[in-house]
Design a protein around this ligand. Structure first.
Ligand code: NAD
Length: 525
């Protein structure tokens, strides 16, 4: 089998690694989606009444149900993505229980009712609490790059907050999403975690089907459409889009560790990671040594399924392969130097591509400007940190950015100047697997906030319960009289810190309440 003879063009139909045909998955008819959302709404009514403690216990049970069958889901993900089973187990499956536990702590810190402090002098007799109310049914539209774990970020907070969810997996990885929904349904019962299958038309139809909020992870082009439509429908939305992450390697870095770290985060998931290092800004003084060692490491990274243990899988689909090859061609035409990779691997089988390092890249190259989403790093040599920061920030995207240096104070100062949502010193992208760190960005990366307590506005609305236990009317109610003016003046004095004004206020309030009572009782005569 080779890519010449295998047709990989039908989304999700074949293994990207071997070209083997996979089982058929039925598309959800768009006219059935409103009914699925309605069933979700019915299930949500009881779920919203359950305590956070009960919801938490049930979600931990669901996470355990996943782990009991971890080999099974790892096989499915491996077939759909081409990643090896050990890679999938490590990066997608094994962390679910820990993720759930941390997500529960975030929910506990976020969802409880908050008492409001109200001045007893200015507003006597009044108390208020602000409570969190679930939105209802949340649509979760996902891409294919981490087809399983990408769901965790919205799934846990949405359910912990008392919502039902409808998952829309990518058409490239439908079986993984379906399996996840099945495990959760076994524990939580029907309707709370449903799934709709298909392409963009199904995602678009989900938005029209009565959902109360939507989270979207995917490309900039689709994200804009989803955000625009959600805006028209006035439903909360969180859109997490592309990336073009930069790493800045300074001359004082820990040389060997930085080599390993850059290799890891440029090639993790075959570079099909919104938080992959795609641009490397390196100080000229160490560039020759660092880049030649980096190229040697890239050559050592093994691509599935050629080896029993391999660090990365193939590209997931032919469009990705085409983008990678187009960016490399463009860079070479514009003067980049190819130091590693640059071609397909696995003897032409599947969609594997060798880890690729391009040196002497410049700002006008596609591989520097556009998201590549593949196993490719563009090296840009700089004179100093100022040039590195300026050029790293000259991007439409802003998800992660990292600085590699042994001077942590200097590293933090540079990190703060990076125009990104997640700025790191001596690491990259790892917060993406943590349930208590907001995964968010700037510019074309989108306005969404995924994971952590900061993501909750998509999943809850706030409702204030305000209770007045006063027996008399409020002193500022109708009718107005000469005391009304004095009341305002004394309130101003009180707000400016006059201690006597509190005593004065009590006297005016008493007179006002008496006047209001008389006014009301006169109307009964
Ligand atoms: P995509 O935009 O093509 O598709 C994403 C999802 O949207 C799929 O489920 C698709 O069927 C659905 N969809 C397509 N058209 C739609 C429409 N009109 N309305 C509603 N849904 C629609 O993206 P992709 O190729 O699957 O994913 C790759 C992209 O995702 C990359 O740009 C990557 O950077 C990004 N990504 C971002 C993050 C992040 O957290 N920022 C994480 C992972 C991936």
């Amino acid at each position: 089998m080779n890519t010449e003879t295998i047709d990989h063009s039908r989304p999700g139909a074949r293994s990207p690694a071997t070209g083997e045909a996979l089982s058929e998955v039925d598309t959800t008819p768009v006219e059935a989606i409103a009914g699925i959302v309605e069933e979700a709404r019915e299930a949500q009514a009881d779920w919203a009444k359950a305590s956070l403690g009960l919801r938490s216990r049930m979600l931990l049970e669901a996470a355990e149900a996943v782990l009991e069958r971890s080999e099974e889901i790892a096989e499915i993900i491996s077939q759909e993505t081409g990643k090896s089973v050990p890679e999938v187990l490590l990066n997608e499956v094994s962390g679910i229980n820990e993720y759930a536990k941390v997500a529960i702590k975030e929910a506990e810190a976020t969802l409880g009712p908050a008492k409001v402090s109200i001045s007893r002098v200015a507003y006597p007799g009044k108390k208020a609490v602000v409570e969190s109310v679930p939105r209802g049914v949340v649509g979760i539209i996902a891409p294919w790059n981490y087809p399983f774990s990408i769901f965790f970020k919205p799934l846990f907070p949405a359910l912990l907050a008392g919502n039902a969810v409808v998952l829309k997996p990518s058409e490239f990885t439908p079986r993984t999403g379906a399996w996840l929904a099945e495990r959760f349904t076994e524990v939580l019962g029907d309707g709370l975690v449903s799934v709709v299958q298909g392409g963009g038309d199904v995602g678009a139809a989900l938005l029209e089907s009565g959902i109360d909020a939507v989270t979207f992870t995917g490309s900039v082009a689709t994200g804009r459409k989803v955000a625009a439509r959600a805006g028209e429908l006035l439903i909360p939305h969180s859109v997490e889009l592309g990336g073009k992450d930069a790493a800045i390697v300074l001359a004082d870095c820990n040389f060997e560790r930085t080599l390993a770290g850059i290799t890891q985060w440029a090639l993790h998931n075959c570079g099909q990671n919104c938080g992959a290092i795609e641009r490397l800004y390196i100080e000229e003084s160490i560039a020759d040594d660092f880049v030649s060692r980096l190229a040697a490491l890239f050559e050592k990274v093994r691509v599935a399924p050629e080896f029993e243990y391999c660090e990365i899988g193939p590209l997931q689909n032919p469009a990705q392969l085409e983008t990678v090859e187009r960016h490399i061609d463009d860079a070479l035409k514009k003067g980049a130097e190819l130091l590693a990779g640059g071609d397909r691997c696995n003897g032409g089988q599947g969609l594997g591509f060798r880890p690729t390092l391009l040196d002497h890249c410049t700002d006008e190259m596609d591989v520097v400007r556009e998201e590549t989403f593949g196993p490719v790093i563009a090296v840009l040599r700089v004179e100093d940190e100022e040039e590195a920061i300026r050029r790293a920030n000259a991007s439409n995207y802003g998800l992660n950015g990292s600085v590699w240096t042994t001077d942590l104070t200097r590293g933090k100062a540079i990190a703060r100047r990076l125009d990104v949502g997640v700025a790191l010193v001596n690491n990259h992208a790892i917060p993406g697997s943590m349930a208590n760190i907001p995964w968010t960005g700037t510019g074309d990366t989108g306005t969404g906030i995924a994971a952590s307590r900061y993501s909750y506005p998509t999943f809850i609305r706030h409702q204030t319960i305000f209770v007045d236990s006063s027996r008399g009317p409020d002193p500022w109610w109708f009718p107005f009289n000469e005391d009304t003016r004095e009341l305002s003046e004394t309130l101003i004095e009180f707000s400016l810190g006059s201690v006597f004004s509190a005593i004065k206020l009590a006297g005016i309030a008493k007179r006002r309440v008496k006047a209001i009572r008389e006014w009301v009782s006169e109307s009964g005569n």
